[in-house]
Design a protein around this ligand. Structure first.
Ligand code: SF4
Length: 401
């Protein structure tokens, strides 16, 4: 079995009681069957505590005030761990913040940025993220696994990550290339023309593709009206998701108000939004130039984690859109926080917004599914259906088909 891990994997160490937002509160922790059976066999003094703090039929830990796990003590340490040792933890607690995607013969392990410490490690990382591989015994057979589609997706992902790591190009250009590549790949996968994906990979590594995307970005880059409408729509999407933390909704409402003003779509509101974005972008360039690298790391993170999952649901392009929209929403929330802080922002603000966004969106299968569905229906403006149609019909040059 081939295992992959990010190159910052070994840097992670749980900060336990020092953590500003423990993962042992705020969400329901499901106990796997094996651990539940193990807990059932515990005897002695701790037996009564287990009986009191586990919902045996549901297979979950009970929660106290603020959704804190019943085993989390006042020092923010786990009583189960202290009484029965590390091995006693259930699968969820043992693994978190590791995230595993399984494919035939491959297990991809990443670290979830829903953990503040992981977010901090990723956002501090200056060199481009790389993924390491190692072999370990054991293999699982998958019925109906499309190995060919998976290997093309993995190849496409490599090309996309290489593009994202080309720091001599502007980040918008890199993101644009990746979106366009994924779009063209999706068209071919849908038609069952898996082998022709190779031409797509080749095309997007050429200067001609860069010229075209530059042109597209220039055409639509300054359209603040479009950006306002799209990002506002994306905020509305977030309200439709399952709410994991109660205070998330008020955070969204506050950010929305700071960004777009009152509910009506007035011209004044749009002008103010445009002005704020201009000022915020200028502020970032001077005061937080590392944001461009952080953006790259986030895009790499989302794409690496989810893209190959398209082998199961065919949604290659939606996954790339979700990566881009997630980074855009994080940026919007940062702009709102900057405004709230009277035009100040620091590294810990970025960490907080990143890990909270990830907790809400990534830690619910329902939310991931809903986000991807929305991403299939709502295209990023410069990549809207009309514009794609023009390209596909060859009206804007040959490089696309
Ligand atoms: S969120 Fe991360 S750092 Fe905090 S307690 Fe959980 S694993 Fe540890």
């Amino acid at each position: 079995m081939l295992y992959t891990i990010p190159d910052y994997y070994q840097n992670f160490k749980c900060t336990a009681d020092q953590c500003e937002d423990t993962c042992c509160a705020g969400w329901q922790i499901a106990i796997d069957r094996k651990s539940l059976v193990r807990y059932g066999k515990v005897t002695g003094k701790f037996r009564r505590r287990l009986n009191r703090s586990i919902r045996w039929l549901e297979g979950t830990f009970k929660q106290g005030k603020d959704g804190r796990c019943d085993f989390l003590n006042e020092e923010n340490l786990c009583d189960l761990y202290s009484a029965l040792g590390k091995e006693s933890l259930c699968r969820t607690c043992r693994l978190y913040p590791r995230h595993i995607e399984e494919f035939e013969g491959v297990r991809e392990i990443t670290l979830s940025i829903s953990c503040p410490e992981v977010a901090r490690i990723l956002l501090k990382k200056e060199e481009p993220a790389r993924f390491l591989e190692y072999e370990k015994e054991g293999e699982e057979a998958y019925e109906d696994f499309d190995l060919l589609a998976y290997s093309k997706l993995a190849e496409g992902r490599e090309v996309m990550l290489d593009i994202l790591r080309m720091r001599e190009l502007g980040l918008e250009l890199r993101a644009g290339l990746v979106l366009a590549l994924a779009h063209d790949m999706q068209v071919r996968l849908k038609k069952g023309e898996v082998f022709s994906c190779d031409q797509v990979f080749e095309r997007y590594q050429k200067e001609k593709a860069r010229e075209f995307i530059r042109l597209k970005l220039m055409e639509s880059g300054d359209n603040i009206e479009e950006r306002y409408a799209f990002s506002r729509q994306m905020f509305q999407n977030l309200y439709q998701l399952e709410l994991l933390r109660e205070d998330w909704e008020s955070h969204l409402r506050e950010s929305e108000y700071l960004l777009y003003g009152s509910a009506d779509d007035s011209q004044d509101g749009r002008d103010a939004y445009g002005k704020m974005h201009q000022d915020f972008a200028a502020w970032l360039t001077v005061n937080m130039p590392e944001w461009e690298i952080q953006c790259e790391q986030l895009l790499v993170y989302f794409i690496y984690t989810y893209f190959c999952g398209a082998v199961y649901d065919g949604r290659a392009y939606a996954k790339i859109q979700m990566a881009a929209v997630s980074v855009m929403l994080i940026y919007e929330m940062l702009a709102a926080r900057w405004r709230k802080n009277e035009k100040q922002l620091d590294f810990e603000d970025v960490v907080e917004i990143v890990y909270r966004y990830s907790r809400e969106v990534e830690h619910s299968d329902r939310n991931l599914e809903a986000m991807e569905q929305m991403m299939e229906e709502q295209l990023i403006p410069w990549f809207s259906k009309e514009r794609c149609k023009e390209r596909i019909e060859g009206k804007e040059g040959k490089i696309w088909m």
